[in-house]
Design a protein around this ligand. Structure first.
Ligand SMILES: Cc1cc2nc3c(=O)[nH]c(=O)nc-3n(C[C@H](O)[C@H](O)[C@H](O)COP(=O)(O)O)c2cc1C
Length: 182
């Protein structure tokens, strides 16, 4: 009978792993966490975002806070987007800071759908998969507000939303200059 050591000096969490195209030096993945710190009219990440994520670059992988794919996607105060030039310039500073600290970071692309509020949308009703009030709270500039019964997406709006995700996922250097979707 072979004897097994009662404890191992190998910490599985700290072993490297391949995740798709990424080689992670350890298996700690930072969960996406909304911080609501983009307190500027552009909803662009700031130097504070760069410092915050660089401080956490020892994780095997960082998943950013949920990030708007378009102005229509917005449903929470001070959350940054990734559709305009100012926003992608801000994210470039974040990724540079993380890479300088030998980290890896991916973006969580988001759209709140029905869990928005007219206060985020110039008074326009949010649209969702169907005209059903999700019964949630939307954090608006005027404070928390109950969600309303949204409009149902039209087929054209679904196509637009898919295109917004595609645009948001396109690297800054590959985006057509006139397609900032602001
Ligand atoms: C302050 C805070 C902000 C969060 N923001 C997001 C977010 O932007 N996107 C997301 O998918 N999950 C978000 N979450 C959920 C966390 O990712 C989730 O809590 C984490 O994955 C751990 O899972 P658990 O809560 O089921 O244990 C947030 C959680 C907290 C506490």
């Amino acid at each position: 009978m072979t004897s097994q050591p009662r404890t191992s000096t190998v910490q599985p969490l700290l072993q490297p792993v391949r995740l798709g195209a990424l080689e992670l030096p350890n298996r700690v993945v930072m969960a996406p966490m909304t911080r609501a710190r983009a307190q500027n009219a552009e909803l662009a990440p700031t130097d504070l975002h760069a410092a915050y994520y660089a401080q956490r670059a020892g994780a095997g992988l960082i998943v950013t806070e949920g990030t708007w794919v378009s102005a229509d996607a917005i449903g929470f105060i001070n959350v940054p987007g990734i559709y305009s030039e100012a926003q992608t310039a801000g994210w470039a500073k974040v990724t540079e800071a993380v890479h300088e600290t030998s980290g890896r970071i991916v973006s969580q692309l988001g759209h709140v759908g029905a869990v928005s509020h007219p206060d985020h949308r110039g008074g326009r009703l949010p649209a969702g998969p169907s005209a059903v009030n999700p019964g949630e709270t939307s954090f608006t500039p005027a404070g928390p507000k109950d969600t309303l019964t949204p409009r149902a997406f039209t087929a054209a709006e679904i196509a637009d939303t898919i295109a917004a995700y595609r645009h948001a996922a396109t690297p800054r250097s590959q985006r057509p200059a006139a397609s900032s979707r602001v």
